[in-house]
Structures are given as C-alpha cells and as structure tokens.
Write a protein that binds this ligand. Structure first.
Ligand SMILES: Cc1ncc(COP(=O)(O)O)c(C=O)c1O
Length: 384
C-alpha cells in the first residue's frame, strides 16, 4: 500500500459524500427500495423520499419544487435543456450565444446543435475571464433565442454577473440559461433574484452522490422545453426512466446540509485559499489567474513560468490537483479556459487548478504549498 501522505485539493472535480448523506440514503437501497412510479406502498414510500428531496434541493436555490427535474447529472440536464429549448423554439430563430470558457457539458452540446443547423456565437473573455457585456448585447440579433452563460467557472472560479446579464438578455426578449454547477453550495444562489430561465446543477459537487443532478425550468417566466428523451412518464416526461431514489434522497440531504453550513464553511475555506495563494506567490514568475475577478471562495488557478508542465502533475503525485477540468485531464491539452484568457499553450500547460473543500486544513495548505514550491523550483533548474 502507498503510505505516502495524500492530499485532496480537487473539490471542483468532485467531493466526498458526507456521511450524514450516506446515512439517509442507505434504507433506500434495502428497505425502501420501491420504484417511485409503482402504485403501492413501496412505491409511495420511494415517491415520498423523492418529493422531500425536491423540496430540499429547491430550497437551496430558492425556486419552487415543481421547477426541479431530477437528472443523472449536470451534463444530462444541459443536454435536456439545450436540445429541448431549441426544439421548442426553433421557429423563432436559430441563434444561440455562449462563451468560450464554458464547461464541455455546454460546449460539446453546442457543437451538436451546430450540426443541427443552429448558429452559435462564442463570446471572447478578457485576461481575467470576464465577458464584455456590451459585446453580449451587440451579439443579440433577431434570430437569437437563447444566451447560455455559466455562473461560476470550474477552472478559475470566476463569477459572471448573471443578474445584470439577465436584465440585458430579457430586455431583448431572449431567454437565459446558466450552468450553476460550481456556484451552488459555495455562495448563496437565489434563482428568483437571478431571474434565470433555465439552470443546471449537480449533486456530487456538494457532498452528495454522483450520478444525480437537476434541471431548473422557470415556471413564472413560462419557460417550456420539448421532450427529447422518450420512455416512461417520469419527471413530467422530461426525463423518463426509473428514478435513482437513493441518489436523489442523498442529493436532497446534501442540499439541506450545505444550505445551513455554507456561510461558515465558505469563510473558512476562502481564508485558507488566500493563505495558499500568499504562499505560492513566493515562487518566482507565478501568476494567479482571475485573481482580480469576483471568484469562488475555494478555487485558485496558478500558472508557473519556465517549467515543463508535463512533469508538474506527475511529480506532484501526492497532491490531487488538476490541470484543466477533470473531464479532459487525461488528454494532455492546454485548458481552453486559460487559452481563451490569452495564456500561451506553454503557460496553460504549466497551470494548476487547486480547489479546497470541507476536509481541507491549514496543515494541508502548508504541506501543499511546500510541495509545489519544491517541485516548481526543481523543474526550473531542470530547464536551465
Ligand atoms: C461547471 C460544470 N458544469 C457541468 C459539469 C458536469 O457535471 P456532471 O458531472 O454532473 O455531469 C461539471 C463537472 O465537472 C462542471 O464543473
């Protein structure tokens, strides 16, 4: 067994399931194992668990429980939302606006829509990762049906001003969708206040189980999407298929816990993140990406000049940190987010995303910063 000290600093990739969440899930595997669609006592018990979780999840993001559709994750929710919205609204226009720094769950779905004849505008970002709101406004034309912009970036933590964006977009008669996956649970997300039309998020980023997510459809704004997956009538036909009852129950409990613990935990983690950045800034030629922007409290993205990025992660094998997003990190390619912010391929490849969470301690930060410092300095010597 590998006895080397291991430190997990990749909470934006996924989080451990909270033990209190596991506890409420367990009976739904063994005793309350019914199919939530079955019309008997086992089914009714399962259905009760689902509806309780729907209340808990909607409470976390301040929406009505009837506006939440459970899915297998944010990626599936993105597909249902984008294809469903486009199918419903294609007679009004076939133009969508998004941004170059979105997650692949959005960008790859946009690419698929392009092959279906939709025209997609990919907004540029500045060096911090911000979009230009005037450029957004100028990009909206008579064919535009949807703007899709994430609330918080998974790689840099940058937060887009979505409330302001919603105002611009709605004044033009266009709808706004957002991937709020990285924001939920890290700072208060109020869907009524943000006035989003569609939103997607995921359980495993907030100490819930993997394979569960949510699609929010704003009822007040009368948003409708067409069905794009067919089968049973579950989730009002939007997401047919037998519901993952233990997973959804766990998502609900995780939502409940993070809602009550968010403020204290975000303050604690943001102090640790700032300490980590101060320690890393002692390294020569280091850049903290998006540092001047409004950012998530737990995320830092650091670039090191003049080192071989390919060796960096390999040498830091006792630290779980990420280069680019987890979904693409086994393909060694410079991060599309950092490239959009103007970093060279070389600098993007020698960048790390470090994301902190509930189990991160001050000792972890000291250990990690020392490991990174030693490794970067070693690699610098190797280049000379
Ligand atoms: C911003 C963002 N959107 C979407 C996803 C995909 O979520 P899921 O794993 O639930 O499909 C992720 C996860 O990496 C993410 O960080």
């Amino acid at each position: 067994m590998n006895t080397k000290k291991k430190i997990y600093l990749d909470y934006n990739a996924t989080t451990p399931v909270d033990k209190r969440v596991v506890e409420v899930m367990l009976p739904y595997f063994t005793e309350n194992f019914g199919n939530a669609s079955s019309d008997h006592i086992f089914g009714w018990d399962a259905e009760e668990g689902i509806e309780f979780a729907r209340e808990q999840v909607s409470n976390l993001v301040n929406c009505k429980s009837t506006e939440i559709t459970f899915t297998s994750g944010a990626t599936e929710a993105a597909n249902l939302a984008l294809f469903g919205f486009c199918k419903k609204n294609s007679s009004k226009g076939k133009h969508i606006i998004t941004c170059k720094t979105e997650h692949k769950a959005i960008l790859d779905t946009m690419q698929a829509l392009e092959t279906d004849g939709f025209q997609i505008t990919y907004l540029d970002v500045d060096a911090e990762g911000n979009i230009d709101l005037e450029e957004l406004e100028r990009s909206i034309n008579s064919e535009t049906i949807l703007v899709c912009l994430m609330l918080a970036n998974n790689e840099t933590g940058l937060i887009h001003p979505l409330k302001q964006i919603a105002k611009i977009v709605h004044e033009k008669g266009v709808k706004l969708m957002s991937d709020i996956t990285q924001a939920v649970g890290k700072f208060p997300v109020d869907l009524i206040d943000l006035n989003l039309d569609l939103a997607i998020f995921s359980s495993h980023k907030l100490y819930g189980p993997k394979g569960v997510g949510a699609l929010y459809i704003n009822k007040k704004n009368k948003i409708e999407i067409d069905q794009t997956v067919f089968g049973g009538g579950q989730e009002k036909r939007m997401r047919p298929g037998t519901l993952n009852v233990p997973g959804i129950v766990g998502f609900g409990k995780a939502a409940d816990l993070i809602f009550s613990e968010m403020e204290e935990e975000s303050n604690r983690v943001s102090k640790l993140r700032d300490q980590l950045e101060a320690l890393l800034e002692e390294i020569e030629d280091v850049h903290i990406n998006s540092k001047k922007a409004n950012r998530l409290p737990n995320t830092t993205n650091v670039s090191f000049e003049n080192i071989d990025g390919n060796h960096l992660l390999r040498k830091l094998n006792n630290l779980a940190v990420s280069r680019g997003s987890a979904c693409t990190s086994n393909i060694v390619q410079p991060s599309h987010v950092l490239k959009a912010m103007g970093l060279s391929d070389e600098l993007a490849l020698s960048s790390l995303r470090i994301s902190l969470g509930r189990n991160t301690t001050h000792a972890d930060i000291e250990f990690a910063s020392q490991e990174i410092k030693n490794t970067v300095n070693q690699l610098k010597k190797a280049v000379i």
